[in-house]
Design a protein around this ligand. Structure first.
Ligand SMILES: [Zn+2]
Length: 179
């Protein structure tokens, strides 16, 4: 099992994703896993994190539910006890991240298109923000103060949306290259 070159935790939203799924400790477990790079028992994880074994297992089980962790069960022939060694599927984390990115990208695209297609209008005093269709009805005079309604400059907002879109696209490309 080769060690991953780039930590999954470096990707935009990765830590948030893990925390949402299994709590903040999930990030720490992933760190431990990436450092170690091979199967690790839940006892060892618990010890490293100063948690009870049951607590560590709860986190691992939550990750397992989303396909992020998997375990191997081995029976100790002398004691009859089972021991569990775990693996964190960083590929799965990246897969979930890609899904998240594309959802976010879709939303941003809708938002950007809205900003591009629906100009808002306001007067100097900014009494109110009025969409184009309504501004036409008011003959571009503010219904409150009578001043001229002018298009709100939303270039900056569009630029910020596009910046975020670029970032997500870039991260998606990097993930796709690592797979
Ligand atoms: Zn006004």
């Amino acid at each position: 099992m080769p060690k991953p070159k780039l930590s999954v935790l470096k990707f935009e939203g990765a830590q948030e994703l893990l925390s949402t799924i299994a709590g903040d400790y999930a990030v720490e477990i992933t760190k431990i896993w990436e450092r170690k790079g091979k199967m690790i028992t839940d006892e060892e994880i618990a010890k490293k994190m100063k948690l009870k074994v049951t607590e560590a297992r709860t986190i691992l089980n939550r990750l397992h539910y989303r396909g992020i962790s998997c375990y191997h069960k081995t029976k100790n022939t002398k004691t009859g006890w089972y021991s569990y060694t775990w693996e964190i599927k960083t590929k799965r984390v990246l897969e979930l991240l890609l899904e998240k990115y594309s959802e976010r990208l879709e939303k941003l695209e809708v938002k950007r298109n809205f900003e591009q297609n629906y100009a808002m209008f306001t007067c100097k005093k900014q009494c109110d923000y009025i969409p184009f269709e309504i501004a036409v009805e008011y003959l571009f005079k503010c219904p409150e103060c009578g001043a001229t309604l002018e298009a709100v400059d939303n270039k900056k907002r569009i630029k910020n949306i596009e910046k975020e879109m670029e970032l997500l696209k870039g991260q998606s490309e990097t993930i796709k290259k690592t797979q």
